[in-house]
Write a protein that binds this ligand. Structure first.
Ligand code: NCD
Ligand code: ZN
Length: 363
């Protein structure tokens, strides 16, 4: 039996769109389902200044059809030498929505990140004063810390002390992956929130490693034990507005993922909303889907939810999502969830299918 669900148009509060051919190929997929997206600044070189962010925003707009109402919300990449004045001016002028903290070396394109949080104290104090959110990649990079523990140790060593020093600073734990992260956010006041990805709601570390390594399930922070996935599902479907969707859709060429040292990132923008609907239905909480994908993030960032709506449809047949998106000479593999998905977003825009390759590709 077919079932339909109408919800306010979702927003994606953590998105990698890249640049050039990849930007042109992936941006329409986000613009199909999402009204707004918080655009991550980890280009090479990174988006550090307001001027660079404004130019990047223009390139994003140029990658979309003129009729698209998709609204990129820009972030700046925090470095040891970032200018507090430039950042603050960008926020007060409405050009920049948030600042992203990447501990140097924590993830893809983070080598220019912050080497020690004490070096950016002046910037953080200024952000706290003006109410500008800090989005954190919450993992320590200490080689002595096991990769599965890096989020929990970040909370203990960096985030909790930061909260005590600057309680007014608004902080988003990006792509939270552990029960430790969920518990931390839940224990804080309204200045702290967390984004959650569709894939962390669907994958545990067995999915990544049992029966063979699955490079397309590799992302950072890495997927964790089942108990953590369950904690994330509980938080996402709880109706607690501090937890909202950030897809962390992170496209990489197939060759860059299927190799001896495959890079981190899962490209999930095209089926992110379908996957969320699947998870919320499994949890018996479909009525809370709209809050998680369309309302809570906007309200954390001080905005109204969208006026327009989208329609999701659940059919009896499994959805056959495309496998690849072609970007110039590269192919990008779409997140292929380990379970059958029956939900899809009905498309009213007409510009979605242009770059999809429906045929199976054997590697
Ligand atoms: C992201 C990317 O590819 O830019 N990768 C990822 O695994 N999530 C970076 C990030 O958000 O950590
Ligand atoms: Zn990311």
């Amino acid at each position: 039996m077919t079932k339909r669900l109408e919800i306010k148009r979702p927003d994606d509060w953590h998105l990698h769109l890249r640049d050039g051919d990849v930007l042109a190929a992936v941006a329409p997929h986000s613009a199909r389902d999402f009204g707004r997206a918080l655009i991550m600044p980890n280009l090479v070189p990174p988006v550090v200044t307001v001027k660079e962010a404004v130019a990047y925003k223009r390139r994003i707009k140029d990658a979309l059809p003129p009729e698209s109402a998709f609204s990129p919300r820009m972030t700046l990449y925090l470095t040891d030498t970032s200018s507090a004045d430039d950042i603050a001016a960008g926020f007060t002028d409405g050009l920049i929505t948030a600042v992203k903290l990447y501990p140097a070396g924590a993830t893809t394109n983070s080598h220019s990140g912050v080497t020690d949080i004490s070096r950016v104290e002046t910037v953080l104090e200024r952000m706290a004063e003006i109410g500008m959110p800090l989005c954190v990649h919450g993992e320590v990079t200490d080689p002595a810390v096991d990769i599965f523990d890096r989020e929990a140790v970040f909370i203990e060593r960096v985030l909790a002390p930061l909260r005590s020093r600057l309680p007014e600073l608004r902080v988003v734990m990006e792509h939270v992956t552990t029960s430790d992260g969920v518990d931390f956010v839940s224990s804080q006041d309204r200045n702290v929130a967390a984004s959650i990805t569709p894939h962390h709601l669907m994958l545990n570390r067995n999915a990544l490693l049992v029966g063979g390594i699955r490079p397309h399930f590799f992302c950072l922070p890495v997927v964790k034990r089942e108990v953590h996935r369950q904690a994330l599902r509980k938080a996402a479907t709880s109706g607690d507005s501090r937890f909202f969707l950030g897809t962390d859709s992170a496209p990489h060429a197939v060759e860059a993922k299927e190799c001896a040292c495959g890079c981190a990132g899962i490209f999930c923008a095209p089926n992110a909303i379908a996957c969320c609907a699947h998870v919320f239905e499994q949890e018996g909480r479909l009525e809370r889907l709209e809050g998680f994908v369309s309302v809570f993030g906007a309200s954390f960032y001080g905005e109204q939810p969208a006026d327009e709506t989208i329609v999701l449809e659940r059919g009896d047949e499994q959805c056959d999502f495309a496998e690849l998106v072609v970007a110039g000479t590269q192919a990008i593999r779409l997140f292929d969830p380990p379970e059958q998905i029956h939900w899809r977003v009905l498309d009213g825009s007409g510009f979605f299918d242009a770059t999809l390759v429906p045929e199976r590709r054997i590697i």
